[in-house]
Design a protein around this ligand. Structure first.
Ligand code: FAD
Length: 325
């Protein structure tokens, strides 16, 4: 039976995040001929409708308003609730991002529905939507089916491939005004101060060069940043490196840091503690560079290089420069 699917699009700095397109691909899979609607919030929302149409939305609901330019739980919650009541979907998808993780449990609780969070795959099997999600810090995967009622899920970035942009597709665009009383907003974002430098967003990066305590200092991250620049990737870190003060905690990957699934993860001077593996072991290709041949990181690595990262990383950078020139 066809389903009406609603995608809560994720916007950062006025631009759609790739996970929104991944959610649309998942939505098309499960809609089975039904309607796929995307909702986008904020004063620049109207300008974002076109790419959503190109990536599979049949309809885009635009909720304008400057108070929706920066995420706040209260404002987004009210806007999304109104959209859900208007669209009356069978399925709702959003990214398992900072925004998705914050707003979705609140919406689910208020709508009195369940929430399947952090899904790495979604399939339609015998008319049922089947979700795959990691358990035990990524050591095992479980498949889940919601037996009845509205289905609500957050999808982990970089796991479900987005469909190619089809510029011949376009979506019907509808504007919906949501009254959000100023006194209902308990927080007001006045300024956003970035902790990390400009560059590729770690949680959506296709390539991550990660450093551990083995980088030995803040300067030790420089060769990693150079390699990341050449590969168009982002720099990440273990908690060991963050605790040692070599980098900001915003870079931490792992159980208590970010969970990432890039195409390529290069771990440099990282021992491979279970808490670190929880955040990166689902990466598609893992390369480990470590002086210790017994380091646990080699148990999850597809390619292992036993050596000093300060010798190996610059060599890789030079070789990639030649290949990609
Ligand atoms: P180390 O374990 O000290 O490893 C450094 C590695 O670098 C060694 O293997 C060494 O052989 C290698 N090395 C040294 N010099 C060089 C060189 N020149 N070239 C190549 N290799 C070199 N950790 C996380 O990463 N993320 C988390 O989210 C996280 N959450 C945690 C939550 C809890 C509740 C707890 C208890 C721990 C958590 N940890 C987390 C910490 C985790 O247990 C480890 O302590 C941490 O991951 C170790 O970091 P590391 O691998 O950089 O350092």
């Amino acid at each position: 039976m066809s389903k009406n699917v609603l995608v809560l699009a994720d916007v950062r700095d006025g631009e759609l995040r790739n996970v929104s397109f991944e959610c649309l691909a998942a939505a098309r899979r499960v809609a089975d001929g039904g309607m796929v609607t995307a909702v986008v919030l904020g004063s620049k929302a109207a300008g974002l409708a076109e790419p959503l149409g190109h990536h599979g939305a049949d309809k885009v609901i635009v909720v304008p308003g400057e108070h929706l330019d920066q995420y706040t739980t209260d404002a987004y919650f009210q806007a999304y609730k109104k959209v859900i009541e208007t669209v009356n979907p069978d399925v709702i998808f959003t990214g398992h991002t900072a925004v998705g993780r914050d707003v979705s449990p609140r919406l689910a609780a208020r709508l009195q529905i369940g929430l399947v969070s952090d899904c790495t795959d979604v399939q339609l099997t015998d008319g049922k939507v089947v979700f795959t999600r990691p358990i035990y810090a990524g050591k095992a995967f479980v498949k889940k089916v919601v037996k009845e009622g509205l289905i609500f899920a957050t999808l982990r970035p970089n796991n479900i491939p987005a469909d190619e942009s089809d510029t011949s597709r376009s979506a019907e665009v509808e504007e919906l005004h949501v009254e959000i009383p100023a006194d209902s907003l308990r927080t007001l974002v006045k300024d956003v101060v970035r902790k990390t430098a400009e560059g590729v967003d770690l949680s959506e990066a296709r390539v991550i060069i990660s450093g551990g305590r083995g980088v030995k200092s803040e300067d030790g991250f420089k060769p990693l940043q150079e390699l990341a620049n050449v590969l168009g990737g982002a720099v990440g870190a273990s908690r060991g490196a963050c605790d040692a003060g070599y980098c900001d905690y915003a870079l931490q990957i792992g159980q208590t840091g970010k969970v990432v699934t890039p195409d390529l993860y290069i771990a440099c001077g990282i021992s491979g503690a279970i808490q670190h593996l929880a955040g990166m072991s689902n990466s598609k290709v893992i390369v480990a560079i470590n002086k210790d041949p017994e380091a646990n990181i080699f148990t999850v690595a597809d390619y292992g290089i036993v050596g000093d990262l300060f010798d190996v990383v610059p060599l890789l950078t030079e070789e990639f420069k030649k290949v990609l020139a």
